[in-house]
Every structure is written in structure tokens, then in C-alpha cells.
Design a binder for this molecule. Structure first.
Ligand code: CTP
Ligand code: CA
Length: 228
């Protein structure tokens, strides 16, 4: 009902969403990954398309079907995701729901790394990946009207989330507590605490499909508040 209606239209909006994990290759058979099913980002993409938005979904390696009426671009590494997201600007809204690897091997080995006789350790040198979300938010000519981040935190949820909101110059950030049984990673239910400049709202706990619509309602509200 009213501003909270899950059916308010997103027609005319181009919404760019990144979702899923990234895989950082160590050698031809191994990678560094993280625990992200992609369900939250895919649910947001499906809901936005259902509500009439023009949706582009940049997806890391996940085993999920493409939502209906969504343009899906598959990527593997953080570097791939960075290039794909930048290439899809401009957009009205960017939602960074991917669990982007923070570090990647300095160089992937061209051949399979073998155990060395007499050595019980392996040292990998990792380097930082580009911060896709911060770069989108800092874009000089093609900054989306609304840039939304996610934050997976185990403790001090509001403090860390608000820190990311400020440091990355985001318009809004949705934090979920990870490491709590029955919500967050690799499951269908979730609860979000969403923060913006002078406000906050708790969404859920609810199914990720329902949370997606609640988050999109908030996106519409923030767009209305920030549009002159
Ligand atoms: N993010 C990104 N590119 C990266 C790292 C993170 O776009 N290289 C985005 C994520 O998609 C998410 C937000 O930044 O929307 C916050 O990610 P998170 O991992 O919680 O924060 P980090 O800034 O990486 O900080 P840390 O992992 O140290 O808590
Ligand atoms: Ca991180």
C-alpha cells in the first residue's frame, strides 16, 4: 500500500546489478572463491524486470537460471566483472550485490602447480582487486543517480556499513549479518539493515524474493528524494 507498494513501476529506469561470487584463478585447475550463491542479486534483477525496469545483470559463476526479461552477462574474475560493469554504464541505478574477491593471485600459473618434494608450504602472492562499487560511485561523467552497495558483516553491522557508505560515496547500503544460521549466505531467507545519509530501515527477515521488492521500493523512494 502507498509508497511501500511492491508493484510500483520501474518502467523507464535502466538498472545495472552485479551478483554472485568471483573466482580468482591460481592455476588451470584451482581458484580462490567465496561463499555467495548469487540469490539476492538475482532476486533483485528478477523483481526489477517484473516491475518494468530495463535490467542488466552482471553475474559471477553461479548455478542459477537467468531471470525472465533480464540481459545477463557472465563473468568469472573481479577484473572481468569490473570491465563488464564499466562497459554497461550509463545506468540510472547500480546495485552492487556481488561478493567481489578483494585479492587475486598476482599471476595465475599457466600450468598446474605441483607439490615440491621436501616443501610443506606454498606461498601465493595476492594483490588487491579494483573496487567496482567505489569506482562506479566516483565516475566523473556516468555516475548513476543511485548507487547501492551491500555489506556482509559479522559484527558492528551499522558501524562498518556506514563506514562503507561514506568511504565509497554511496547513496545507500544494505547490510546483512553473515555467520548467523538460517540467513545470509547460501540460503533463501535474509534480513537487511539498510542505511543512507540520514535514515535507516530494517527489511525482513523474509524470503530473498520478497526482500528484493522491499529494497526496490526503497530505491524508488530514494530516487524521488534525491531528484530535484
Ligand atoms: N565491492 C566491489 N569491489 C570490490 C570489493 C567490494 O564492488 N573489489 C562491493 C561489494 O559488491 C559490496 C560492497 O563493495 O557491494 C562492500 O563489499 P564488502 O566486501 O562488504 O566491503 P569491502 O569494501 O571489500 O571491505 P571488507 O571486505 O574489508 O569488509
Ligand atoms: Ca570485501
Amino acid at each position: 500500500p502507498g509508497a511501500g507498494s511492491a508493484t510500483a513501476s520501474l518502467a523507464g529506469l535502466r538498472v545495472l546489478i552485479s551478483a554472485g561470487p568471483t573466482y580468482e584463478d591460481i592455476d588451470p585447475v584451482r581458484f580462490i572463491g567465496n561463499r555467495s550463491s548469487g540469490k539476492m542479486g538475482f532476486s533483485i534483477a528478477a523483481a526489477a524486470a517484473r516491475r518494468g525496469a530495463d535490467v542488466v545483470l552482471v553475474a559471477g559463476p553461479v548455478s542459477l537460471p537467468s531471470p525472465e526479461a533480464v540481459t545477463r552477462i557472465n563473468v568469472r574474475s573481479a577484473a572481468d566483472m569490473h570491465a563488464a560493469v564499466m562497459a554497461q554504464l550509463p545506468a540510472d541505478v547500480y546495485i552492487g550485490a556481488a561478493a567481489v574477491a578483494d585479492f587475486t593471485p598476482r599471476e595465475a600459473s599457466a600450468s598446474k602447480i605441483k607439490k615440491r618434494p621436501g616443501s610443506d608450504t606454498l606461498t601465493l602472492e595476492l594483490v588487491r582487486t579494483p573496487d567496482i562499487l567505489a569506482e562506479v560511485a566516483a565516475h566523473a561523467s556516468q555516475r548513476p543517480r543511485l548507487v547501492v552497495g551491500f555489506a556482509a558483516e559479522t559484527d558492528n553491522v551499522e558501524g562498518y556499513a556506514r563506514g562503507k557508505l561514506d568511504n565509497k560515496r554511496l547513496d545507500m547500503i544494505a547490510a546483512n549479518r553473515v555467520g548467523v544460521a538460517g540467513s545470509g549466505f547460501e540460503c533463501d531467507d535474509n534480513a537487511l539493515s539498510v542505511f543512507w545519509g540520514d535514515g535507516e530501515r530494517a527489511l525482513g527477515p523474509a524470503a530473498k524474493t520478497e526482500l528484493a521488492d522491499l529494497l526496490l521500493d526503497l530505491v524508488l523512494e530514494r530516487l524521488a528524494d534525491t531528484t530535484p
